[in-house]
Write a protein that binds this ligand. Sequence first.
Ligand code: SF4
Ligand code: SF4
Length: 510
Amino acid sequence: MAEVTFTRPEFRVRIDKELCQQCGRCAHQCGWGVHKMDEETGYPVPDSSKCGACHRCVTFCPAQAILVEKNPLAYKHSDSFSPDLRKAVWRQAETGGVLLAGMGNDKPYLRIFDHLLLDACQVTNPSIDPLREPMELRTFLGRKPDKIEVEYVPDGNGSKPKLKTEMDRLLQIETPIVFGGMSYGSVSLNVHRSLAMAAKELGTLMNTGEGGLHADLQPYQDNIVVQCASGRFGVHADYLNAGCAVEIKIGQGAKPGIGGHLPGEKINEEVSVTRMIPQGTDALSPAPHHDIYSIEDLRQLIYALKEATGYKPVSVKIAAVHNVAAIASGVVRAGADIVYLDGFRGGTGAAPTVIRDHVGIPIELAISVVDQRLRDEGIRNRASVIAAGGIRSSADVAKAIALGADACAIGSALLVALGCHLCQKCHTGSCSWGICTQKPELTRRLDPEWGAERIVNLVTAWSHELAEILGALGVNAVESLRGSHERLRSLGLDQQTQEILGVKPAGIGH
Ligand code: SF4
Ligand code: SF4
């Protein structure tokens, strides 16, 4: 039978010839080459089969002559075999391969954050006006002592208190929002530059993702967490010492249990040099760290990294899975200063769709069970908890902190701020927005100064909103919200989920 694909285009691209100025900007803007200019008529002729609805051409068409719409193709209804499943079967029958996708799991699982409501003060507990009263968003990440001792030292005619307890090194962030790991290669250098500049200005942290670190980012090292993943790409002594902290990536929310995958199309010479990987061939980091098969092994690596870096804080990133509470407990007992929990809605540059969409658990449940387990074991103060993987707004940040997180990490929201339209084609390396690509004609579209400004604006806005939420709750410090399950109520969650979250249903008072 002749080569024929059963899958039809997901979107239809139409050009309104009444409006079109035949300028050819659409052909220039589309990273996937959808638009070709017809030499005879002068109009663009779109090939809808390549369109992922990234809206770059729509945004930059000066005449607003482009319409990208969902292809209304009707599939015979089946409750069990959705059109998406049929399309996946057809693609696999044609290729025999594992299906890949970018960004996060967008399947219609329950979004627990959207079923949680925050409390507000009314009469006897007055709310606080964040426009007139100071609100403390500053957060310290890392190991805190079981108790502190203070001594009094002579000061002129009297004495003054001095902390006697030796503190571990803590990371100070001015807002409880940090940036999740995104590697150079999965995103462009201009994205990394934007993140680094923004992190410095905001007083927060960016994260290299699966190493290394481009030389241009050296000036920002006080605000950079360097990651050490299973492939050890770009990891060497100078790299480890370049950041303010080191993160061991055991798992990732978008693809728990499997290694990293950077498609060869995205590995140009500069990425190859920075990450110490061959140019043009897929870089696949192993699923496990081959030197970690127990908590004892993890302990050894944590201490080796601390020794190598002059005892900088070490974070351990794990994916939210069924046994996440026990794993987090082991991680803390192994000496980690930070446990980074990544939920199943976390983003990725490339992941097998079947893993992305079906493995892991929601971050909301993971935060709650980890916080509770660490409290039950009396070790909650020994490490901070960062929650990631599905944080979309300041309200999500507040709810995650009320469930027990010290801070949240965001990734997809940052890319959306830079223009990402969630088309999920990051793995192709042709992102029209210059985000998930290494093609120079595309990466130059993202000006790092502009990108940094957008990110600073976004996180500043969320921080103001967070202050508003704290004020409404009648507390003046984000620390006072942490683990305050009593300030949350559920709407439409089943009883068991409420019990896991430690949250009462809406309508029940204190
Ligand atoms: S992929 Fe993006 S730029 Fe290309 S035609 Fe579709 S919407 Fe336009
Ligand atoms: S980063 Fe680019 S390719 Fe990836 S989802 Fe966003 S717009 Fe699409």
